[in-house]
Design a binder for this molecule. Structure first.
Ligand code: SAM
Ligand code: SF4
Ligand code: SF4
Length: 369
């Protein structure tokens, strides 16, 4: 049987722009006036799960060409870039992957990043998204290294369904132990993200809400997105957030809560009995491109300005060809100032069609969530 090979990353990184030298001022704005505030850094493209919507086993199998170690940014390189991003206004860094806890000695990177401060001297919000499988073991050392918070992905509370979704036979109990470990280590407030795929795990919406209600953990429901090209996305499999809220409200009355900030991606709802809150992230039905202040750095050092971009800017090449900090900082400024991406908004307004399977898109496991 012939196997379809889907490229995980872009093959033609766009060239890094040049122009008049720009020194960081702490604020960069793109063409839609959006500042650069958040940086997601993917530290590995590998994962011990094979979530059906992210790294389907049929594509990410034993023959799959994951990046060789030499292609990965080193901790020194990541720290160097992070420092320049922070000088341009980044206040929040999230480590992701693949599964970030698979990257060896990740604590050393966290220690380095935790020492960075914003231009006006504040510490960064330094966080990490994990599938939780290794968290029970690592929570304490991550906290000691300077991690502020953690977000755990969990798509079902039913063990059999969870095992089917991660397609690697991990038990839900492992992740719950990780969550408990993170709470005990003080990595708070802890958030749990559930991607909802209609027909696959939407029956878990209410059981998940019931499980985490009153636990101090903030459960957030994410609409299944058309990221990458390998998950075979289909709009019929998206459960709109409005329906998630309606289903939960049938069991537990909810009241809307104010957003913490204009850039917040989740809409917050509180349990009417005061026992905590949930969030919904409506990436498909209610695009939030207008307040998207996020840049993404891939495992091999390509900078993506949008989750749906098909090409990245090769920052690793800049570093490895001997560019100075000033040159790289200036390149970052030019790249962000030229940014006009707003894919979800355009898809939502039907200005563009959701991508076709033939179109190359960067994969979630390569760029991070
Ligand atoms: N492995 C880690 C984890 O699962 O938390 C970090 C990387 S994972 C790519 C980051 C987040 O992206 C996870 O919460 C995952 O559920 C989410 N994700 C992956 N594919 C998605 C999709 N097609 N739609 C919505 N969220 C997705
Ligand atoms: Fe791995 Fe996270 Fe993707 Fe699941 S969502 S396959 S845990 S990277
Ligand atoms: Fe940001 Fe792109 Fe997502 Fe819009 S589609 S919110 S610009 S990442």
């Amino acid at each position: 049987m012939s196997r379809r090979i889907i490229p995980v990353a872009d093959v033609s990184a766009v060239p890094v722009v040049s122009g008049p030298v720009q020194t960081p001022s702490g604020v960069l704005r793109d063409t839609l006036s959006r500042p650069l505030r958040d940086l997601r850094i993917s530290v590995t493209d590998r994962c011990n799960f094979r979530c059906v919507y992210c790294m389907p086993r049929a594509v990410f199998d034993k023959d799959y060409g994951f990046l060789p170690h030499s292609a990965l940014l080193s901790f020194e390189e990541i720290e160097r870039l992070a420092r320049l991003f922070v000088a341009h206004g980044v206040e929040k860094i999230r480590l992701t992957g693949g599964e970030p806890l698979l990257r060896k000695n990740l604590e050393f990177l966290i220690e380095r990043l935790a020492r960075l401060t914003t231009p006006d001297g504040r510490p960064l919000d330094l966080t990490l998204t994990t599938n939780g499988s290794l968290l029970a073991r690592k929570a304490r050392s991550l906290k000691d290294a300077g991690l502020t918070r953690v977000t755990v992905s969990l798509d079902a509370i039913d063990d059999a369904l969870f095992r089917r979704m991660n397609d690697a036979d991990f038990a839900v109990g492992d992740v719950l132990e990780g969550i408990a470990g993170a709470q005990a280590a003080g990595l708070a407030p802890l958030k749990v993200n559930m991607v909802v795929k209609r027909g696959t795990n939407d029956t878990e919406v209410v059981p998940m809400a019931r499980h985490f209600k009153g636990s101090g953990t903030i459960l957030r429901f994410i609409e299944y997105m058309d990221v990458g090209t390998s998950n075979g996305w289909n709009m019929a499999e998206v459960l709109p957030s409005a329906e998630v809220v309606a289903r939960i409200a049938e069991h537990f009355p909810l009241v809307p809560l104010e957003a913490h900030s204009a850039a917040e991606t989740a809409q917050r709802w509180g349990y009417a009995d005061g026992s905590g809150e949930i969030g919904v992230i409506s990436s498909v039905t209610r695009a939030f491109c207008g307040s998207c202040t996020r840049a993404r750095l891939s495992t091999e050092g390509k900078l993506y300005l949008c989750l749906f971009a098909s090409a990245g800017h090769d920052l690793r090449a800049l570093m490895r060809n001997g560019s100075s900090d000033a040159e790289i900082a200036s390149a970052l400024a030019h790249i962000w100032q030229a940014r006009g991406d707003r894919y979800s908004e355009l898809r939502g307004s039907n200005a563009i069609a959701p991508h076709s399977p033939e179109e190359r898109r960067v994969e979630m496991s390569y760029i991070g969530g």
